[in-house]
Design a binder for this molecule. Structure first.
Ligand code: ATP
Ligand code: SF4
Ligand code: MG
Length: 392
């Protein structure tokens, strides 16, 4: 049985923003699934919905089966038990979510005391072990958050997520605010812990390159939908959906001189989730749109072994695509490499003003809509009992 199965998940915020629109996902134990997409495409909303952490008034429909049990229809007592112990979340902007007036050891110990019913001495011992597991000395348990660096605080957040041995960890932009060295350390740490403990990982990021490096599979979201899914490397290096190609084209690749002209950017903005256009939501920005895209809502379709994409150009019946899985030739689809004037030629010869600097199309912020006070009794990760779900 899958560790997590999300079926036809829909989330609509008060005011009508359809932030998640019919998402299906599957994750087996020990698997790492990356979720990528532009700012506002619904990544954090999806993460919050998995544990019913959405704000009151949000409408949620579909199924979230964790070990076969539907989180969305569980009684509240069961939801509380599942949080931390069944699944935990490292929130976006988690570094700033620690409670400034509590020692980090007390904050890590809190879910252990509550969920494991440990004795204070047992919780202290476990806290020390967790800190060491994430590469911090156990003695740092007595530190206050302001006494730690950003990377150390992020390690504390990961220790909290591991505190009750969850089967699933959802990490929402766990490294976004960190410099590249610390980012690499944290990513290797998460990877190592997931490998050792055979837990499932959902890692959310706007950075496709980071996800491709860390995860087994990748799902690309656009306007609340998964528009492409498949093995992480394949999606990153050879995206089939025009949006996936644009996203992947926004990252220069080391060792590929041609990609140093990238990113080419993607004009326009994602649609307002309260007014998603009919047909394919990507159509206003799509360089290979067809008439049919204006009316037909494109469902995910098989596009090769273990790959799916939601585009008329892919699949066995793909419109005008040779073999059914590629964009028509010469369409100048986003992500295609081209030699701009004054860049670098494909053979790697530098020209005067070639910079190779990324100027990506994405932005990211910390706006989860989740105030720190709602992230656990002391600020933490998996969401505290005070949060109210839409079904309550
Ligand atoms: N509490 C809320 N009330 C109303 N709308 C919301 C709320 N939280 C998020 N939204 C809207 O839902 C959409 C998806 O937001 P979400 O935070 O899930 O995006 P995201 O993909 O995580 O973006 P980012 O990469 O910037 O973190 C956005 O249009 C956002 O404005
Ligand atoms: S379905 Fe049409 S508009 Fe949507 S991505 Fe494919 S070609 Fe572009
Ligand atoms: Mg987010």
């Amino acid at each position: 049985m899958s560790l997590l199965e999300v079926r036809d998940l829909e989330v609509t915020y008060p005011g009508g923003a359809a932030a998640v629109r019919g998402v299906d996902l599957t994750l087996v134990a020990g698997e790492k699934l990356g979720i990528a997409g532009e700012s506002g495409c619904g990544k954090s909303t999806l993460a919050l919905a998995l544990l019913r952490l959405l704000p009151a008034g949000a409408r949620i429909a579909g199924e979230v089966l964790l070990d076969g049990e539907d989180v969305l229809t569980m009684k509240w007592g069961r939801v509380r038990a599942v949080r931390w112990a069944g699944a935990s979340i490292v929130f976006q902007g988690a570094m700033h979510s620690l409670n400034a007036v509590h020692r980090i050891g007390d904050q890590i110990a809190e879910p252990i005391l509550l969920h494991r019913r440990a004795t204070p001495a047992g919780a202290r011992k476990r806290t020390g072990e967790l800190l060491e597991q994430v590469g911090l000395p156990a003695a740092r348990a007595s530190a206050y958050p302001h006494e730690l660096s950003g990377g150390q605080r992020q390690r504390v957040m990961i220790a909290m997520a591991l505190a009750c041995d969850p089967r699933l960890i959802v990490a929402d932009e766990p490294t976004t605010a960190l410099d590249v060295m610390i980012q690499a350390q944290i990513l290797r740490l998460i990877e190592g812990l997931v490998g050792e403990q055979h837990v499932g990982l959902i890692m959310i990021s706007h950075d496709l390159a980071v996800l491709a490096d860390t995860c087994d599979r990748l799902a690309v979201m656009y306007a609340g939908r998964v528009v492409e899914e498949g093995p992480a490397r394949q999606v990153y290096e050879d995206a089939l959906h025009p949006y996936g190609r644009a996203l992947s084209g926004a990252f220069p690749r080391i060792g590929d001189p041609g990609s140093r002209f990238a990113p080419r950017g993607l004009p326009g903005d994602p649609p307002d989730p309260a007014a998603v256009p009919a047909g394919c939501a990507f159509r206003p920005r799509c360089p290979v749109a067809l008439d049919v895209c204006a009316t037909g809502d494109q469902a995910l379709r098989a596009a090769g072994p273990d790959r799916r994409a939601a585009c008329v150009h892919v699949g066995p019946d793909g419109a005008g695509a040779p073999g059914g899985t590629r964009m028509p030739a010469g369409t100048d689809a986003p992500g295609d490499t081209e030699t701009p004037s004054g860049g670098e030629t494909p053979d790697g010869t530098e020209t005067p003003d070639g910079t190779g600097h990324p100027t990506g199309t994405e932005t990211s912020d910390d706006g989860t809509g989740t105030p720190p006070a709602d992230r656990g009794a002391t600020g933490g990760t998996a969401g505290g009992p005070r949060r109210r779900g839409a079904r309550e």
